[in-house]
Design a protein around this ligand. Structure first.
Ligand code: COS
Length: 384
């Protein structure tokens, strides 16, 4: 077992740490208040290559493996979660379907634009009737000669309102559902009949927009089926493959936030004096700090191992779900303790703890709820 992080990834970690400290942290509150990331910050993200972290270098990305990507996200989520979210769909679920299953032409056309950050990609799976039950997609794609005609409504789509291109999962044969009835498409902004609807109002993750996407007689050429004609009906598997990887990166986001909360709590408990001594000297606070650190330590080992296993080319369906489940549940436990340690201050908007607490709550829901992760793990454990 070699737990040493390779030199190139250590340098990447350092770069992101500096970026977080110098550029992101100072504007974190402003972004929260204005619900918007300034364009100059997005431009810096482009320059750092963040939009193409895991897109291979032949398409202009940095070509990091899953482990490297997790390390970057872990650093990036030590500040406001919206910054990671801005790049996350492009570099992750919005483009991975094209990378894993797309044709050569699709990869050449879309991946360089996405990797450079010139285009933002999003992933359109969720619908009012297809949340956890992802196969129950109601958006239809009916064949009409060399086109498919898409009709339906997607919701909760991260970056939906700003996306230039979307990976869209639609039903091409409702009866067949997950087994041959669902197809993945690449749909470009400005395609007639495709537009963003309401921007949803959320509990947290301000600065990152989540919107509806509407398809109204939207004609998409057959060549935009991800993987082309032979992959018609394969969209459920494309989506699941994308989510397997996405779940690992979600774990990394939760881990980074938890680590930051622990650091804030250690600092605060050593400074905050009550009953004549720093609260860090009270056993009740020490117990909380010890539990937080132990939780984080366990989560990190699990996540790194699962990411590393994926980088060895092995399937990690069960491990990705375990890592997402454990890291996100762990981070919410840590956030709860953090609010407790900060006491009244932890409930105030003047301190970042309150924001972390709200933002982290989403991690147990999106890209598959904790209940879905348990279902996936149990199925993998009991399958023949
Ligand atoms: N990778 C590749 N293929 C997969 C897969 C995976 N992770 N998971 C399932 N499949 C395949 C199955 O092997 C099966 O194909 P075969 O019959 O050829 O073997 C097919 O897909 C259908 O699988 P299954 O019967 O398990 O589908 P279900 O409808 O029961 O649903 C879950 C499976 C619950 C795993 C799926 O609906 C899910 O992940 N839901 C959560 C969706 C989600 O995360 N939403 C969040 C919003 S998206 S950001």
């Amino acid at each position: 077992m070699d737990f040493e992080i390779p030199e190139n990834l250590k340098m990447m970690q350092e770069t992101i740490r500096r970026f977080v400290k110098q550029d992101l942290e100072p504007i974190s509150r402003k972004v929260e208040e204005e619900d918007n990331i300034p364009e100059e910050i997005v431009q810096k993200m482009r320059e750092l290559g963040l939009f193409g972290l895991s897109i291979p270098d032949e398409y202009g990305g940095l070509g990091l493996g899953t482990f490297g990507e997790c390390l970057v996200y872990e650093e990036l989520t030590k500040t406001n979660a919206c910054f990671r979210s801005r790049i996350g769909t492009s570099n992750g679920i919005g483009s991975m379907g094209i990378l894993f299953d797309g044709t050569k032409e699709q990869k050449q056309k879309y991946l360089p634009r996405i990797a450079s950050g010139q285009w933002t990609a999003c992933f359109a799976l969720s619908e009012p009737e297809a949340g956890s039950d992802a196969a129950n997609i109601q958006t239809t794609a009916e064949r009409d000669g060399d086109y498919f005609v898409l009709n339906g409504l997607k919701h909760f789509i991260t970056n939906g309102d700003i996306a230039d291109v979307a990976t869209v999962i639609a039903a091409t044969d409702k009866a067949k559902k997950a087994r041959g009835g669902i197809t993945a498409f690449v749909v470009e902004k400005n395609t007639p009949g495709f537009y963003a609807g309401t921007i949803e109002r959320k509990m947290g993750l301000r600065g990152s927009h989540t919107s509806e996407l509407i398809f109204d007689q939207c004609r998409v050429p057959v060549e935009n089926v991800i993987g082309g004609e032979p992959k018609i009906g394969n969209g459920f598997k494309t989506a699941m493959g994308v989510l397997d990887k996405g779940r690992l990166t979600m774990g990394a986001c939760a881990l980074g936030a938890a680590q930051k909360l622990l650091e804030l709590c250690i600092g605060y408990s050593k400074e905050r004096v009550q009953f004549g001594k720093p609260i860090a000297r009270f056993q009740s606070i020490q117990n909380m700090l010890a539990d937080m650190a132990t939780d984080i330590y366990g989560a990190r080992q699990m996540l790194y191992h699962a990411a590393w296993t994926r980088d060895q080319g092995k399937k990690v369906i069960k491990e990705a779900s375990m890592a997402k489940l454990f890291c996100t549940e762990m981070a919410c436990r840590v956030a709860d303790n953090a609010v407790q340690i900060f006491g009244g201050m932890g409930y105030m908007k003047d301190f970042p703890v309150e924001r972390f607490y709200r933002d982290l709550r989403l991690y147990r829901i999106y890209e598959g709820t904790s209940e879905i992760q348990r279902m996936v793990i149990a199925r993998e454990l009991t399958k023949d």
